[in-house]
Design a protein around this ligand. Structure first.
Ligand SMILES: [Mn+2]
Length: 350
């Protein structure tokens, strides 16, 4: 493990070992919280943290904010998932018969990123966290936040390595093949199959170890990148065909309306590749996909090639993310007016 990660990984590993022991004694459960609009990294890291707690004898489940997307069914993590009922906090607060005693967030640090699970996450103030997003106002010894890491999953791998080291176990005793597949899914997702600039030499080394531990990179890449449903194929092509290229071809933007989702019978997660397809066009510096949500908001996905700061731009609309990939949800916005505004505002930087 590189020095960059060792202090943070060791710190969170000690906490995981300590909390797992407490849960083992009490019979309580940890809930692991991914963000809403789930992706391979948050689901993969949530699955992996759940499995690491289980390897230590503790009860653990992923607190899913929404149904698992069809392209993640191959991960084989159905048994790890708990869908908290709406009235969870008003009831006996048990998770499959075990009292909810610990919250653990992955790939996000704040309750408002977790959809309907926000209040359940925020019930405990002393939650643990592994996240690679820039969260400037959080400095908490219970949270390991490292924006230089490619993915939450890469961080969870280093945490698992540290757990194994502290307990004198082999890495295979902490990361089983199911866990290795989860971690591979997240690393592959957030690095765009090891092509984005967040891919570091140690990212590739980590992926190599995960292969040895049973993570199937071919299966992960096919399911998360290449496999398309017919509706996904159709609506993505329509969204790309409707894209506009402005500011001398530096800005690409497209809109996906509710009527398009109806027309193609497509789910909201079926246009996720559109924004990177727009960014890949030669000359494009900033790509934006706006889509209407079921509840009257507009979701924006942003990507940039070099200098444009997507994270900073997303913050104007209450969102966030990384410099080259970010998103936001604008409640009650009009998609056409929002598109015009983004063209005007982003144009100032292009
Ligand atoms: Mn991530």
């Amino acid at each position: 493990m590189k020095d960059l990660y060792s202090e943070g990984a060791t710190g969170i590993a000690k906490l995981i070992i300590d909390r797992a022991e407490k849960l083992r004694e009490s019979g309580g459960a940890v809930l692991v919280f991914p963000h809403r609009s789930v992706d391979g990294d948050c689901v993969g890291s949530a699955g992996a943290v759940t499995l690491i707690f289980r390897s230590l004898g503790a009860n653990a489940w992923i607190a899913m904010p929404e149904p698992l997307p069809h392209n993640m069914a191959f991960m084989g993590i159905d048994d790890l998932i708990f869908y908290p009922p709406q009235d969870f906090l008003d009831g006996d607060m048990t998770v499959n018969g075990h009292p909810y005693e610990l919250a653990f967030s992955v790939d996000c640090s704040e309750g408002h990123r977790m959809g309907d699970n926000c209040s359940i996450f925020e019930y405990y103030e002393d939650s643990l966290d592994i996240d690679h997003h820039e969260v400037t106002h959080i400095a908490d010894p219970l949270k390991w936040i490292e924006p230089r890491a490619s993915s939450a999953c890469e961080m969870v791998f280093y945490a698992a390595e540290a757990v194994a080291g502290l307990l004198g176990k082999s890495i295979g005793q902490v990361i089983d093949p199911l866990c290795a597949g989860c971690l591979m899914a997240g690393i592959v997702t957030d690095t765009g199959r090891f092509t984005y600039t967040n891919t570091r030499p140690e990212t590739l080394e980590t992926a190599g170890i995960l292969m040895e531990l049973g993570g199937d990179i071919t299966e992960v890449c096919y399911n998360l990148f290449d496999l398309k449903t017919p509706s996904e194929f159709a609506i993505s092509n329509a969204a790309c065909a409707a894209a506009r290229f402005l500011c001398d071809g530096k800005l690409a933007i497209t809109k996906v309306t509710n009527s398009m989702f109806e027309q193609y019978g497509a789910g909201r997660d079926e246009i996720s590749e559109v924004v990177s397809r727009l960014r890949n066009v030669g000359g494009v510096e900033f790509a934006c996909v706006l889509r209407e949500t079921e509840d009257g908001a507009v979701r924006g996905n942003l990507r940039s090639k070099t200098d444009f700061d997507c994270s900073e731009f997303a913050e104007r609309y209450g969102g966030g993310g990384h410099k080259r990939a970010a998103g936001f949800t604008a409640e009650g916005a009009d998609i056409d007016a929002l598109a015009d505004e983004i063209i005007k505002e982003a144009g100032k930087f292009l």
